[in-house]
Design a protein around this ligand. Sequence first.
Ligand code: BEZ
Length: 235
Amino acid sequence: MASEMVEDLWLFGYGSLIWKPPPHFDLRVPGYVEGYVRRFWQASEDHRGTPEAPGRVVTLIDRSHWETLTDQHSDAPPTTWGAAYRIPARHVAEVREYLDIREINGYSIQYTPFHVSKTYAASHELPAPIDCLVYVGLPDNPQFMGPQDLQGLAEHIVKSRGPSGENKDYLYGLDQALIELGEGSEDEHVHDLARRCREVESRACGNIGKQADSHGPGSRLQRVGSTDEQEEIEK
Ligand code: BEZ
């Protein structure tokens, strides 16, 4: 019997995969998918929380479903930015097994067209669009939380932690990774939550209002030695 031909796998990351790549990828491409809305509406019992105290991570909601919901962030861009990874055929089985263990907590597999960022496409020859595997926490999975009160969500994220670390570091990492992906990739839902979390942290430090957006906890511009700090302020 002829064995099935395995092809390269393309995987779309819109959460931690953006800054924590899968093993064995040989190409990382910035870009976006359409028809979804990214929200911190998935409970995490295995990474940023525990079964007793689940944290919150992102999922993608089908845009037509999201439009039927009441969301305090009532706007969402038509594109969801992230990074696509190419996994060479010889590593596909191993990487799929790794991802199914790393990411399975409530997520299902879908395939969706991925559009390469214009800047990247200008200097690389790639198919357009690329069919990508994506993990989606569907509304019927037990971890799906649905619309969340934003301030309550921020406060929940600040106090949650799990085997992969602090929940707030996941949020701050995602916010920063999206900014770094390039023009148009920022996500107001993520950015606003990060701002609220920094405010919650500042308040907890008795430091309300001070440097909350650009130099507060979780910001890349952390307090450093006085000379370095001075340089960062002046640059
Ligand atoms: C990600 O894109 O990082 C991701 C999101 C949900 C499940 C698995 C991976």
